[in-house]
Design a protein around this ligand. Sequence first.
Ligand SMILES: Cc1ncc(COP(=O)(O)O)c(C=O)c1O
Length: 341
Amino acid sequence: MPFNSAPNECPFKIGHTPLTRFSIQIGDHQHELLIKEERLNEFGSIKDRVAWYILSRTIEAQGPVTSVVDASSGNYGNALACICERQGIQATIVSSPSISAYNAEGIRKTGARLVIAEAQPGESSNAARMRVAGEIAAAEGMVFLDQYANFLNPASHQNWTAPEVFAEGPFDACFATSSSGGTARGFTDYLKAHQDKTPLFLVEPQGSCAFVAPDDSDGEKLKIPGYGSQRRSTFAEITPPPAMLRVQEPAVLAAFALLHEHKLAEVGLSSVGVMLGAMQWLSEQDGPRSAVCICADGDERYVDEFEGRYLPSVPRADYDAAYAKLSPMIASMKQVTRANA
Ligand SMILES: Cc1ncc(COP(=O)(O)O)c(C=O)c1O
């Protein structure tokens, strides 16, 4: 099996995802909000890139592999399981009880093994996944791809996602979230290497400590998969520390509902958080600006569980207040094509 890890040699429809443009009225200014639609990768998320990049480079370096194991909150595991199925490799995915029903079913459908890691007292769910994946690799002699600590994870974004995004710039600012920190670190490294001064903002809920200390530390569990993290990222050593915008989960859920009602972006919950961070930043500017958002996945992973799982996880009054506040801004959004931009 010839393995070539160069992004343009990827045998799947991964990469070259569209950048969709919206105009949005905030205060006196009409801004441009652009979304990088990673949901349109073949297996449905930005993690398709990471799974292919790590697997193909590992095979290039070590030779053919028959079985791999890795930890994932869901999207990466789904992508890795799909890629391994096509390549005839056995995959074991270690996830957490919080995995979406969509991703759990997607992984099982490929024939991969899905292991759910229970966290020990004081252990984050992310750390529990890493621990169990490492234990399985050691016990069963599988190749541990180790996406949470493997610098091929941020490298996939530095060398693949970010160049695609900035080829369509310039933009006044770029917005992303972190879970393992791969996207955040990869974009940071890309901008530094290209001496590109576009500011990068990470958007996370108050309780996330992926890159910097949380704004509050009441220890309440994060509700939205891939939106911030309760474990400090292995890739967090960045100087100066990344700029951070905090957007709470009730607002993300309200904006998700509003985007649906207006039939606007079909992106997932963490992506809606990123878009809200961009809107918050735009609202503080003294003139029209362009903001590009890295949108990790699609709404199909969340719609079925929105009413039963996500809505009850936040105080209803906070959701209602955010819904009322965001309503006019989201109603002003219009998709634009280059010709009429
Ligand atoms: C829904 C979602 N959003 C965002 C991310 C961010 O990815 P990263 O791990 O690169 O920080 C992930 C990663 O798993 C994710 O699943």
